[in-house]
Design a protein around this ligand. Structure first.
Ligand code: SAM
Length: 334
């Protein structure tokens, strides 16, 4: 069966497999193939692997003999995404959705619940509605709660109460790798902590703020789970109000609320120290993806006497036809 595979020289196979495993990209359902000096490692997400800089090709790889796949049971290969021990489908026909869900649970995949997206992400908390198509008993845990692994960290979260997207893993890694020991970082829209935890693991002192009480509970639990709770302060509230208690202390600020981050730039500038790096996420038309954000940051920064230097203009991903999710890394100094 043709699957997306990372192709690398045989000598680099083990190193590549480890990097892919850390990013939770290894597709365990298929076998690794060695052919003509190259090794082909099946991956769960071709786009994410490409963003990591790997050479992705499609080729026939055998399924693990011992594993009964959903395709074996259905006679076709259904599309689904895995997050921890939950499988997520995006189906419009309820009958087909249920058949796929039954096949996923009936297969040998380590999946305990199958969910269908029932709405877009919405509201201030950016949470979507879900339909539980099938679920096995999970020791009293809700079918929507799961543990996700990303770059060596573990995050427990409930998809029905918090925002989470595994598709941003590479981007989070790009940003959090820049955190340095001793710096003071603020994640203004922290969610369950996928920016906060890796920055704290690099010995930064991190304040994570979120309006959603459930996200903050999971953020605290994830800080403990990953052994970084001593360097993490988790605050439930509107970051505009929280900012007035943390004036001027931040060396680094993450603003991952791309549809409305510009409304919070005054709070970001309040939080910023005299030399601060801002990671500003935005969603804009492809014709001018960085201009509006750059102008908004410049205006808010100038009002408080900062000069700005744009360090990186980075396209994170395509968001919708002609719309891009982008990040501006900006240095504020005064
Ligand atoms: C797009 S999510 C990002 C979460 C996290 N950074 C991640 O990558 O998973 C945005 C988060 O901002 C939070 N939020 C929205 N408005 C807020 C506000 N005024 N103050 C603090 N947090 C807010 C939402 O509850 C949500 O968890």
């Amino acid at each position: 069966m043709e699957r997306p595979c990372v192709r690398t020289r045989r000598e680099a196979g083990e190193r590549t497999r480890t990097t892919l495993a850390e990013a939770d990209l290894v597709d365990e359902s298929y076998q690794i193939v060695v052919d003509d000096g190259n090794i082909y490692l099946p991956v769960t997400d071709a786009d994410a692997a490409e963003r990591e800089g790997f050479d992705v090709v499609y080729r026939d790889v055998p399924a693990h003999d011992t594993q009964r796949t959903p395709a074996d049971l259905l006679g076709f290969d259904p599309s689904y995404e895995r997050l921890g021990d939950v499988a997520i489908v995006d189906e419009t026909d309820p009958g087909r959705a249920e058949r796929i869900a039954d096949a996923i649970l009936g297969s040998d995949l380590p999946v305990r619940a199958v969910l269908d997206r029932a709405s877009k992400v919405k509201g201030d908390h950016r949470v979507r509605d879900w339909t539980v198509l099938a679920a096995e008993d999970r020791d009293g845990r809700p079918p929507t709660e799961l543990v996700h692994r990303e770059y060596g960290f573990e995050y427990v979260l409930d998809l029905s109460t918090v925002y989470f997207s595994p598709r941003l893993a590479t981007e989070r890694h790009r940003v959090t790798e820049r955190a340095t020991a001793g710096e003071r970082a603020v994640d203004m829209f922290a969610g369950v902590g996928p920016f906060v935890v890796p920055m704290a693991a690099r010995d930064a002192t991190v304040v994570g703020v979120d309006l959603n009480p459930s996200a903050v509970e999971y953020l605290r639990e994830n800080a403990r789970r990953n052994g970084v709770e001593k360097r993490v302060t988790a605050i439930n509230g509107d970051v505009r109000e929280v900012a007035t208690d943390h004036v001027g202390g931040a060396d680094r600020i993450v603003m991952n609320l791309p549809h409305s981050a510009d409304d919070f730039l005054d709070a970001a500038v309040t939080l910023a120290g005299d030399d601060c790096t801002l990671h500003y996420y935005d969603i804009q038309h492809e014709d001018d993806p960085f201009g509006p954000g750059e102008r908004a940051v410049r205006e808010a920064a100038a009002a408080e006497g900062y000069d700005i230097e744009v360090l990186t203009r980075h396209v994170v991903r395509s968001y919708a036809p002609h719309e891009l999710n982008v990040c501006l890394d900006v240095r504020l100094s005064r």
